[in-house]
Design a protein around this ligand. Sequence first.
Ligand code: CA
Length: 229
Amino acid sequence: MSKILIVEDEEAIADLEKDYLELSGFAVEVANDGETGLNKALEEDYDLLILDLMLPGVDGFEICRKVRDEKNTPIIMVSAKKDDIDKIRGLGLGADDYMTKPFSPSELVARVKAHLARYERLIGSAVEENKVIEIRGLKIDTTARRVWVNGEERAFTTKEFDLLTFLASHPNHVYTKDELFSQIWDMESIGDIATVTVHIKKIREKIEYDTSNPQYIETIWGVGYRFKM
Ligand code: CA
């Protein structure tokens, strides 16, 4: 449920806005003066702010500016004076929308919904998707470091995962055991290229249907390994 903060000193207006927004399924809190409003807006997490311009104490200009310094919460500014609206637009305080009082509550609800939807799209597009490699029945989530074979998750050790991911990220490329060893194991690590062979064997046991006839990691005799695309 989206949470909205109304900062409005005229209680009748605040109540009306609150009622309409609650009827539309929003959780609403009201602050009747600027200072309370500013503190709440900064300390708590709201999905949207409705900010009256003329307030006792800290006014809407200042609240908007201070909130914008810290947060991207959508802000709808309301004012009784059309002139003030022009003024705040001109100041570029970073409010997302402006409404002149009196306005119809349904107009307010419509704008709130529009801004919330826009903001969610913005947030959604900013979330980085996991990098996933999918080759036939094999799915590797390289971000979450998880592997599925035909929808069934398999557990991998760190090095097995690194080796599998490296090969699957470079399909059809033949790597020697030396190359793979230096890619996956750092130079100081104890072991030798036989480690690569052992790990390939373990990976195959986890991802191949028939390890004697591998479908993913092929052995190129006398050279090394290749991930079949
Ligand atoms: Ca006011």
